[in-house]
Design a protein around this ligand. Structure first.
Ligand SMILES: C[S@@+](CC[C@H](N)C(=O)[O-])C[C@H]1O[C@@H](n2cnc3c(N)ncnc32)[C@H](O)[C@@H]1O
Length: 420
């Protein structure tokens, strides 16, 4: 999460402004929080900086009625949920992306120490089995086990999509780990899901995909046994992180559209919201995880259809994409207002972006703070906001923003109707 330090502006209730400024600035320097708890377990595009999440959870918690959860309707890999749990608050996360839910669940797994130990023992036993099998196959020159055929997925199509991304020996090792996890799934679905998250966390590192957000092919020389080694390291990392949490506060995660929040939480049932929705036209969360979806056999049709603000959504039809973006923003703000307790707070982190135009036309900037304000109804009022200038990444972007700086914003909203 490297960040360039930019100028910060803020307005609103002074104490809230100070906290928002600190929340944005913390992302520039606070490595300690980023490395703590289960935060480093799994990469995720546009992850909220854990130090930002920590400050915002603290701010929002001050007005959360006792016992009501801190909610993140775009929870992604669960950064806010981890921080809420660490603060001993109940928490609810929602995300339409099945990979996000898998990871967020693993990072906030709330079980007794014995169960965590069982996870570690089973994970390390799988790593040992796969390692030994690999060594034995090399010694005897035996044929390795056949590739998996997850139920409901066309094995040939899956194979075609995966083939170029992994060296054959790496793929065999990964498939063997996955088969061992399938064996656990028959009797213990929950444990299998946590182990699958561990497998997911190593997939890109040992594939030929450059990173989550960069799908270009890169040549990586991955030695035999590396997959197994990385897998066991991730098991240990998650185990340590979960142990450090020492919290019994539950985290509940729903794989749903954020706009369906009122179907999941009763009116006034959220003690506070801390969230970072997608930035318009910036990422393709479904696309970024396609290799993981294929390898882990995760269903993603709803995510493909319902992802808000995706970059691919802006290609070709910007006018309708802008309308869809503003409608989605309004629906999401309305959903938040419906579930927030009167007087409770919502903290939103969102960034400006720009939409590339067909050749010869100027790209269009999206000013996220303006868009959020425009989407507000009388149910939510702005208590404070802070904006930090962000670097522009090229001539097109500079021309599109013109004199106005591109920025990332932390916005604090209050649900009207409560006692101040
Ligand atoms: C900026 S990311 C959130 C990152 C998260 N704060 C973290 O720390 O990992 C935005 C998230 O919105 C999710 N998303 C996109 N469209 C959605 C929708 N319609 N409903 C729920 N989640 C959605 C994406 O899958 C992505 O995880």
């Amino acid at each position: 999460m490297p960040r360039t330090v930019g100028r910060v502006r803020a307005d609103g209730i002074p104490a809230a402004c100070d906290a928002l400024v600190e929340a944005l600035r913390a992302a520039n320097h606070d490595r300690e929080v980023a490395e703590s708890l289960t935060h480093p377990f799994h990469s995720y595009p546009a992850r909220l900086h854990p130090a930002t999440a920590r400050i915002l959870v603290d701010v929002v918690a001050t007005r959360a009625p006792r016992g009501l959860p801190i909610v993140d309707p775009f929870c992604g890999s669960g950064t806010v949920l981890v921080e809420a749990r660490a603060a001993k608050l109940p928490t609810i996360g929602v995300d339409l992306n099945p990979l996000a839910c898998l990871v967020a669940h693993a990072k906030t797994w709330s079980v007794p120490p014995k169960r965590r130990q069982q996870f570690k023992d089973v994970g390390l036993a799988i790593a040992r089995t796969v390692h030994e099998a690999g060594k034995a196959a090399r010694r005897s020159g035996a044929e390795p086990a056949p590739l998996r055929k997850p139920k409901g997925f066309d094995p040939n199509a899956r194979d075609r999509r995966l083939a170029s991304w992994f060296a054959p020996h790496v793929r065999r090792e990964l498939e063997h780990i996955a088969s061992e996890i399938d064996g656990v799934r028959d009797s213990d679905e929950e444990l299998a899901s946590i182990l699958t998250a561990c497998l997911s966390s190593i997939l890109y590192k040992i594939s030929s995909r450059t990173s989550d957000t960069d799908g270009t092919w890169v040549d990586r020389n991955i030695p035999r046994g590396a997959a197994t080694r990385h897998f066991s390291q991730r098991v240990e990392l998650l185990y340590e992180g979960l142990n450090d949490m020492r919290s019994t506060s539950p985290a509940t995660i729903f794989e749903r559209d954020a706009r369906a929040l009122p179907d999941l939480i009763p009116a006034g049932g959220a003690g506070g919201i801390v969230t970072s929705p997608p930035y318009a036209g910036t990422y393709d969360y479904a696309e970024h995880q396609r290799l993981r979806f294929d390898f882990l056999a995760l269903r993603h049709r709803d995510m493909d259809a319902g992802e808000i603000g995706s970059r691919r959504g802006f290609v070709g039809g910007p006018e309708s994409a802008f309308r869809a973006w503003h409608r989605a923003l309004a629906d999401m703000i309305d959903a938040m207002a419906q579930v927030l307790a009167p007087g409770a707070l919502a903290a939103i982190v969102i960034g400006d972006s720009f939409i590339k135009a067909p050749h010869g036309k100027t790209a269009t900037p999206i000013y996220a703070l303006d868009d959020v304000r425009a989407a507000l109804t009388e149910d939510l009022v702005v208590e404070a906001w802070a904006s930090q200038e962000r670097p522009m990444l090229g001539g097109v972007e500079r021309r599109s923003f013109g004199e106005r700086a591109k920025a990332e914003h932390a916005i604090l909203l209050r649900r009207t109707g409560g006692q101040l």
